[in-house]
Design a protein around this ligand. Sequence first.
Ligand code: CP
Ligand code: NVA
Length: 313
Amino acid sequence: MTRHFLRDDDLAPAEQADVLDLADAMKKDRFGWRTLAGPRAVAVLFDKQSLRTRVSLTVGIAELGGHPLVIDTQATHLGRGEAIEDVARVLSRQVAVIAWRTFAQQRIEALAAAATVPVINALTDQFHPCQVLADLQTIREHHGSLGGRTLAFLGDGASNMAHSYLLGGATAGMTVRIGAPERFRPGEPVMAAAARIAAQTGAAVEFVTDPRAACEGADVIATDVWASMGTEDTRAERLAVLGSSGRDDSYRLDGPKLALGRPGCLVLHCLPAHRGEEISADVLDGPNSVVWDQAENRLHSGKALLAWLLEHA
Ligand code: CP
Ligand code: NVA
């Protein structure tokens, strides 16, 4: 059966660990894998903007000996309403894998249902699972382990990143604590799915509205933009709500909040960042920040995911 990676829990705990191990091996021996030799093509489609995903998949596909076919969908008929299923059928006859960055999760589910090759979620409104693979690789690199560690996320708890931390972090056996206002609480089905995974892996998932309580004792504190792509029309409201928690503080990741974490607490941000908005410049550019390793690991974990999916196709 063709395997897809549409959300973080498409990989079982042991499978996620295998992908992370492969990502580490690929980082050590960067040109040692030729999984896509031929070259076989991989289609990487974008309905939204991207720097890191576009670059890491393009470079990664080339390093695996393949041909990256990077397509802005506005330049195709998909951008003017061609049926998603028809796009899946056409691409499946010619490429080895399809990656897509789009809006609603249902769109990528429709693509995967009609595709006969693996489909990778390169970000939807609901999930960003490729990013969380890179984040887990980064945490393991710096802390040596994932299971039992606490990851706090501050900001939009209903965002793709918060949802992917819940599912991906629980799969890795971590405590995932979302610190967000009630208005931006994680989706209930995602919380429930994460709690089910947590019960198997020894993990825990928590939601708190107090941004300071979220950070207490954390091994990792992550944040992301307050207005994700596609939510720009509510940007002013988001800045007002997230900029003040009602407890004379905000959900901004700054020095005082970082100080509540454990010594050596890592700072993650998937980027792009807005210094002074969701994160202070001193924290983003400070000694606890591992965001450049995190961005680089998109390459290694992306290659590992491609190779793993093809091996299990
Ligand atoms: N982190 C991330 O996915 O970045 P891009 O939007 O630049 O791809
Ligand atoms: N939550 C952000 C992530 C960008 C990589 C967005 O969806 O815009």
